[in-house]
Design a protein around this ligand. Structure first.
Ligand code: FES
Length: 130
C-alpha cells in the first residue's frame, strides 16, 4: 500500500471527520458488512435536493471507517444527483489504494449506507458500488 495513502487512512480512522449525529436528519441509514458485522450509519440533512449536513457513525476496520469519513467530506454541499454518480472508482480515488474483493466491502460500506439511505436502492452490487 502506498505509504501516504496508508497514513491518510489511519489519520481518518483515528481522527474521524464528521463523526456523530445530526439533531434531526432527513435520512438515517445503517449498513452492515455481511462478512464481518462491521457497521456504518450515514445521516443526511437534505434541503432542496442538496446535502446541507452529514454525519457518520459506526465501528469496524480502519478502511471502512476512514472511507465513510472521507465520504462525508466529499458529499457535504453536493446535490443528490452528484451523490448518485459516486461509485466504486470514486471511493478508490479518495482512499488512494487498490483493494481486493474482501476489502472492497470495507471500502464501500459507507457508500452503500449513503446511497441506500438516500435512494432506497432495492439491490446493491459490491463490484460497482451502486
Ligand atoms: Fe469489517 Fe472491514 S473488516 S468492514
Amino acid at each position: 500500500m502506498d505509504p501516504l495513502a496508508r497514513e491518510t487512512i489511519i489519520d481518518y480512522y483515528r481522527n474521524p471527520r464528521n463523526k456523530g449525529h445530526l439533531d434531526a436528519p432527513t435520512v438515517s441509514h445503517e449498513e452492515k458488512n455481511p462478512t464481518c458485522g462491521d457497521v456504518v450509519t450515514i445521516e443526511l440533512m437534505i434541503e432542496d435536493g442538496v446535502i446541507q449536513d452529514v454525519r457518520f457513525d459506526g465501528h469496524g476496520c480502519s478502511i471502512s471507517q476512514a472511507a465513510a469519513s472521507m465520504l462525508t467530506e466529499r458529499v457535504m454541499g453536493q446535490s443528490l444527483a452528484d451523490v448518485q454518480a459516486l461509485d466504486k472508482e470514486a471511493v478508490m480515488e479518495m482512499l488512494g489504494i487498490e483493494l481486493g474483493p474482501a476489502r472492497l466491502k470495507c471500502a464501500l460500506l459507507g457508500l452503500k449506507a449513503l446511497k441506500v439511505g438516500a435512494y432506497g436502492l432495492e439491490s446493491w452490487d459490491w463490484q460497482r458500488g451502486s
